[in-house]
Write a protein that binds this ligand. Structure first.
Ligand SMILES: [Zn+2]
Ligand SMILES: [Zn+2]
Length: 142
């Protein structure tokens, strides 16, 4: 797949990401992913469409709110200007960062709808995973 895409909020239609290139884990040209604690799974400007949930791949225990596919794995830098933390402290749990284990913890800056899960703890990668219900991808002219 070529061309660029952007994540938007389904509720207010605001942009939630810069324009990014999408690659799929089903594409043989997609490099093997390195999933390391506290490291981004992808560089800025590239989003990975994964056909396995991140839970299935690395956690080995149940995180129901992240157990869906396809799942998009983003570098947090690509969304940081458009999203902010939810007000619910319970969702912002973690030991030294955000675990993301207690449900989506990031919302749209404009309308405050929940739009994804940020993780950056010592037991998670450094990643943003869009919510599957409140977000969608749109093609951008490139
Ligand atoms: Zn919104
Ligand atoms: Zn920690």
């Amino acid at each position: 797949m070529t061309g660029e895409t952007k994540l938007i909020c389904k509720i207010c239609r605001s942009e939630l990401s810069v324009a990014v290139q999408m690659i799929s884990t089903k594409d043989p040209e997609t490099p093997k992913l390195e999933l390391k604690d506290q490291c981004p799974v992808t560089g800025p400007g590239t989003v990975i469409k994964s056909w396995e949930s991140i839970q299935a791949l690395i956690y080995g225990h149940s995180v129901p709110t992240l157990d869906f596919t396809p799942q998009y794995w983003m570098n947090p830098i690509d969304v940081e200007q458009f999203v902010t933390f939810v007000k619910d402290d319970k969702k912002l749990s973690g030991c030294c960062g955000l675990s993301g284990f207690d449900g989506p913890n990031m919302c749209c800056k404009k309308c405050k709808s929940v739009v994804g899960t940020r993780q950056n703890d010592c037991i998670t990668p450094n990643i943003f995973i869009p919510d599957s219900q409140n977000t969608q991808w749109i093609e951008t002219e490139s």
